[in-house]
Design a protein around this ligand. Structure first.
Ligand code: 5GP
Length: 184
């Protein structure tokens, strides 16, 4: 049996999304922005965030390997689908659900730099600094969270719980020892 414990309420999330949207809008002023969501976990956050920003934006998605049946990150980040929107010379804002080890964020930043983006920034709703393995910069962070496994608001456990409006820590699951599955 798994137990969910409320970690961040819907109201707190929405206040935070508003704050992040205002910060991003102020930084980019009226410049065009290519907003790229890292699938799957970021899609709920991204959809709320872009609707609070008054900027000329394009939206695209990137899909990488991640873990959905395990509770540990993989050191082996792989790209399954890049963006279709041209990137050269654009300001790219990568939207992530959570930065844990930071390996995914580091990989994505390098990918867009190599694709010729003018600038690359990362916005993550959640940040778990205790587990960081890289020194990747995350320009916009919603909440710093302790080392717990979180679900809801786009984050899953075995593809479940993404639809929840609040974020919960999940308890009572057996750590499968970092078995990595591909989130495709
Ligand atoms: P990183 O490469 O930073 O270790 O991992 C980032 C990815 O790991 C996130 O996009 C997410 O898919 C997954 N992840 C890390 N921590 C959690 C967590 O607490 N809950 C969920 N559902 N996914 C997590």
């Amino acid at each position: 049996m798994t137990n969910l414990r409320l970690a961040i309420s819907e109201e707190e999330i929405q206040e935070c999304v508003e704050r992040l949207a205002r910060l991003i809008q102020a930084d980019y002023k009226n410049q065009p922005l290519l907003v790229v969501g890292a699938l799957n976990g970021s899609f709920v956050f991204l959809s709320d965030l872009i609707r609070r920003m008054n900027l000329p934006i394009q939206v695209d998605f990137i899909r990488l390997s991640s873990y959905d049946a395990a509770l540990k990150s993989s050191g082996d980040v792989r790209l399954h689908h890049g963006v279709r929107t041209p990137v050269v010379g654009k300001n790219v804002l990568v939207v992530e659900d959570i930065v844990d080890t930071g390996l995914t964020a580091q990989f994505i930043r390098k990918y867009f730099e190599e694709e010729g983006a003018a600038t690359v920034s990362i916005c993550s709703l959640l940040d778990k600094p205790a587990r960081r393995l890289t020194s990747v910069t995350v320009e916009y962070v919603g909440f710093e969270v302790p080392d717990q496994f979180l679900v809801g608001y786009g984050l899953d456990y075995n593809q479940q719980y993404r639809e929840l409006r609040d974020i919960y820590s999940i308890e009572g699951v057996v750590d499968s020892g970092g078995r990595v599955t591909e989130d495709i």
